[in-house]
Design a binder for this molecule. Sequence first.
Ligand code: UD1
Length: 426
Amino acid sequence: MKNSVPPSDGFPKYIINGGRALFGETEIMSAKNSILPLIACSAMIDGEVYLSRCERTSDSENMLNIMRSLGGRCRFADGGIYIDCRGLSRCRLGAELTGRLRSSVFILGPLLARTGRAEICYPGGCDIGPRPIDLHIYGLRMLGAEITESDDSVTCRGNLRGARIELPLPSVGATENIIMAAARAEGRTVLCGAAAEPEITDLQNFINACGGRVHGAGTRRIEIEGVRRLHGTSFTPSGDRIAAGTFMTACAICGGEVTVTGVNPAHLASVTDALRRAGAEVEERTGGATVRAVGRPRAPGRIETKPYPGFPTDLQSPFTALAACAKGTSYIIENLFENRFRHIPQLIKMGADITVCGRAATVRGKKLHGAETEAEDLRGGAALVLAALGAEGSSAVSGLRHIDRGYYDFCGRLSALGADIRRISQ
Ligand code: UD1
């Protein structure tokens, strides 16, 4: 597995000549959205942690820099990530680090559990609409933390004790922060209204592999019995269902036959269903799936994003690209994030016929043509690449720093499947 540093060229672009079918196999690595909380969780573990099958995305790099700044030792090696926080000595994170990624907020629970104090500047991340952290703060307060908020930072103090917590909406991040804090709090926590994403099950399995006692992940009610100490472990997170879904959608757009391996197809059930409605054949097997598609996709109809096991918001933009070039009209409803349609004006540059009204987009499928577009967030950027692969003619996609956050060597992987795509520096 490759673990080299991603290209750090100034303002790179993808140049894509569309219209090629995709054929071959691509191996999916550990889910970015599992790795990030697991790295943060390592802050409260008395031993070395190894996470296997990790790619060097810029989000993972930034998360490791956060751990280093706190005194942890981290390195990419053997196709994965080693983290050792036994020497952790600081509990404050400045804006320079937290501004780079939303997931910096995950450090609050583990740091508080470990040191009794955590102070972070507000997190940055994709601009996909307001991303409050009130539920994280609410959960930590319920566990006994004293929390003060200023204009730019949040400070938590205190010794944590188990509590009964009810989340008004199933926030993935808040569920993760509460589980991590509760895992080393005194006594038992019952968390109701929890998120049920596979990444939460990964976190539960990881903490239990370190000697913790967490049960119920994958349901809305999670019970956590706090333990005094967590020891190091070696752990393999689930394959990245969003990366897998991106390659599967690319195949449905371009035609061809693409197999994704290293991912649990059950995690992709809602996506598989939508791909089938779009006319693709999807064959699921243990540890992967094969997509076969011929010609232009059919409109998948209504796609409505929901918490797991509903259709994932992270694949809404790739599916908008599919709907934009499909035969027929689709309706895309984004229920989770207010500003997750930023790829649409870019798709319109490629000839897409899309009308947005609040959280709903009506997409009348058309043949798309090449254009110069710019990624403005991670998944929206992937959508522009997919649209360009399916379009007639040549396209340029810039704003690759967004895509690099979550897809390692996207260009190389797509080229290996037969796409005509290259990365250039300006
Ligand atoms: C995680 C994923 C992200 C995915 C999202 C939804 C990671 C690193 N990121 O993000 O890729 O798109 O789940 O599946 O795992 N909310 C509040 N208050 C809070 C927290 C969230 O109101 O304190 C709201 C959000 O504004 C949003 C909804 O809850 O409308 C869901 O957000 P959440 O599940 O927390 O997403 P993230 O954990 O940030």
